[in-house]
Design a protein around this ligand. Structure first.
Ligand SMILES: [Zn+2]
Length: 313
């Protein structure tokens, strides 16, 4: 449901509906804000690559969906550039995750003359339990494919308001993608069900896996709750080492957008191995391991399962 709507969309929609018929080609799935010309299609700006991919699955080729942050970027503390701000004022719709993920976003949309929709509206959140963030909702709700089904419903509604002529197409695209999300959820749960009971702990750098851990029935531990400038204090590392030792955790992980050095300290101090890089806050480049959201979930489920069952090479 669009929030903070600054102006009516009808004029844009009329223009978009006509020009969308003429527009044939979709941009690459990692197109950034400076990407190809939109060929008259309405421009939808998203805050990060994961959200852009989900939105493209709903948009099909009717809308030009772009991501403000690039593949591999740290998103929590991102500093928008003047070019980002210019792109935002040209956008027809801006989608953000909400739940405090994009700490820079409120300041950013203040200067943008485009409506925006919060895609996590209606998600049942899990609170963060550590540090200064205690009691705030964990923003990484997309790490549950079932939550992303709600994201999709919100995106279908926002796109249908932007471009009413495409409402049937968005509903059909959303339904098809929601079926895929159900399948990837089922696969995730089945994969992780093979991890023995005494090894069902997921230890990561950032506490970004609460939703995935809930879906898969894992116990979650992490060095720091949310990526920020002050990370991995000696106390946080000591607590993680104790958790790994107390629970005989066989493998630990870190995410693609932060340094894994603190987790390597945990590996050195314990019997755990480094289980691999997980993806949360960003997709990879097109030719990397996780060019899409579905790839991201599949990659993480396989990496966690292989490392915790000891079947990783
Ligand atoms: Zn994060």
């Amino acid at each position: 449901m669009p929030k903070n709507r600054h102006r009516r969309l009808s004029a844009l929609v009329a223009l978009g509906a006509v020009t969308a018929l003429l527009a044939g080609c979709a941009t690459g799935s990692n197109a950034d804000v400076s990407g190809e010309p939109s060929e008259g299609r309405p421009v939808v700006l998203t805050t990060f690559t994961v959200l852009a991919d989900i939105a493209r699955n709903v948009a099909g080729d009717r809308l030009d969906v772009r991501s403000i942050t690039k593949a591999g970027a740290e998103i929590h503390g991102y500093e928008p550039t003047p070019r980002d701000i210019a792109a935002a004022s040209d956008a027809d719709l801006i989608l953000d995750n909400g739940l405090g993920l994009e700490s820079w976003f409120a300041r950013f949309v203040e200067t943008a003359d485009a409506p925006h929709a919060v895609v996590s509206d209606g998600v049942e959140t899990i609170d963060i339990t550590g540090d200064a963030y205690a009691g705030k909702p964990n923003p990484h709700a997309w790490m549950s494919p079932l939550n992303v089904q709600l994201y999709v419903d919100n995106i279908v509604a926002a796109f249908s308001e932007l471009d009413p002529a495409g409402a049937d197409a968005y509903a059909a695209n959303g339904a098809a993608y929601n079926d895929e999300l159900q399948r990837i959820h089922d696969d995730l749960v089945a994969d992780l069900a093979t991890v023995p009971a005494e090894q069902r702990a997921l230890v990561t750098c950032e506490g970004a896996f609460s939703y995935l851990a809930r879906d898969a029935g894992l116990t979650e531990a992490y060095i720091w709750p949310v990526n920020a400038e002050q990370q991995a204090t000696p106390q946080q590392i000591r607590q993680t080492i104790e958790f790994v030792q107390d629970n005989d955790v066989p493998a630990v992980f870190c995410e693609s957008t932060v340094s894994d050095r603190p987790m390597q300290q945990v590996v050195e101090a314990t019997d755990a191995v480094f289980g691999g890089t997980l993806y949360v806050d960003s997709l990879s480049e097109q030719d990397g391991p996780v060019p899409t959201y579905l790839d991201l979930i599949r990659h993480d489920a396989e990496t966690i399962t292989a490392a915790l069952t000891g079947s990783a090479s």
